[in-house]
Design a protein around this ligand. Structure first.
Ligand code: 173
Ligand code: 173
Length: 322
């Protein structure tokens, strides 16, 4: 009798430990997107998730929970920080409520491949670890400059009398151009345009057709400025909990994803042509005015960054600038 109890206890321990081993080998990470599911960023992420899951059986799986309907755009950063979700597709401008430095990533003037080489990527991760409780995993959008889109024609870089939809990306620059600014997530831009709550908005060169904003857009102002940053970030404790095999597998897939970033140069050209074809007119300035416009965008953003976070901004400025 006594022997039987011991035996079955031993079997139970073995069974339990082998189940734990199986579970420890395959991890499922919950991912949300701060951007809409029908937008270009999630459209490009979806096949990658499918590939990660197909090739990662028994190692690592990603469970895509959804877009802003699952977690509102400006709350995704805190959801990653606190571990409500494991991973997010997000941009820094949407989580300045976690740390003001998040928005500095729009100021990089090189590809993420170069950022990995020159120490930028590690410097970003130091800050993301310490201040955001996050691991910065991969940048999946680059070569996508931001633009001003508006329904009120201008003949110089001056937005006096215009109400422009912004996120933190554009605030200081657009205010310096005398705009009245209104912060909204992307999901509210169409309605704001339709109701005349805003005359225009900031957005990268690509993507305005995804949510039908082209229907309510007359002009795009050139040149573009900064570089839209959209990245995968992960809750730091969840990242540290990965086994070596899981981390190596994830890293391999992240680098493969970044290797597809050449797409964005082509997409920018296609979207520029598509805008013209749909009747959106380009407002362009002479060469000197264009240069001053772009220089002012960077000057204002770095000045503001240096004020908000002097040490980190100085470090980032020397690493990110060309
Ligand atoms: O305009 C925005 O919502 C914004 O800040 C952004 C950032 C990166 C990519 C696209 C939009
Ligand atoms: O400006 C800074 O250096 C800064 O804000 C900061 C905050 C936390 C840790 C290190 C620096």
């Amino acid at each position: 009798m006594k022997t039987r109890v011991i035996k079955s206890a031993l079997l139970w321990v073995l069974a339990a430990s082998s189940a734990t081993t199986v579970l420890a080998q395959e991890v499922t990470l919950r991912l949300v997107s701060a951007f809409a599911e029908n937008g270009i960023y999630v459209q490009r992420l979806q096949p990658w998730i499918n590939k990660v899951n197909a090739e990662g059986k028994g190692v690592l799986q990603i469970n895509f929970i959804g877009g802003p309907k699952a977690i509102p755009t400006f709350e995704v950063g805190n959801a990653v920080k606190t571990g409500v979700v494991d991973m997010a597709l997000n941009t820094g401008a949407f989580y300045t409520n976690v740390m003001p430095e998040a928005d500095f990533l729009k100021l990089t003037q090189m590809t993420v491949a170069e950022q990995r080489k020159n120490g930028s990527f590690d410097a970003i991760n130091k800050v993301w670890n310490e201040k955001g409780n996050m691991q910065y995993l991969a940048r999946i959008v680059e070569n996508q400059p931001f633009h001003i889109y508006t329904n009120k024609k201008v003949d110089k870089p001056d937005l006096s009398g215009q109400k422009i939809r912004i996120t933190p990306v554009y605030r200081d620059f657009f205010q310096s151009l005398n705009a009245n600014v209104i912060t909204t997530p992307p999901g509210e831009v169409y309605t704001a345009l339709e109701r005349g709550v805003v005359d225009g908005y900031g957005w990268p060169i690509g993507g305005i057709f995804d949510l039908n904003w082209h229907e309510k857009t007359k002009f795009r102002i050139d040149p573009g400025f900064y570089d839209a940053e959209v990245s995968l970030v992960m809750n730091l404790p969840a990242f540290k909990k990965l086994t070596d095999a899981q981390r190596v597998y994830l890293q391999k897939q992240l680098l493969a994803l970044e290797a597809e970033n050449t797409f964005w140069v082509r997409y920018a050209a296609e979207e520029t042509a598509r805008q013209a074809k749909s009747g959106i007119q380009t407002i362009a300035f002479d060469a000197a005015t264009s240069k001053a416009f772009k220089d002012k965008a960077y000057d204002i953003a770095w000045t503001s960054a240096l004020k908000q976070s002097p040490e980190i901004a100085a470090k980032f400025k020397s690493l990110f600038s060309k």
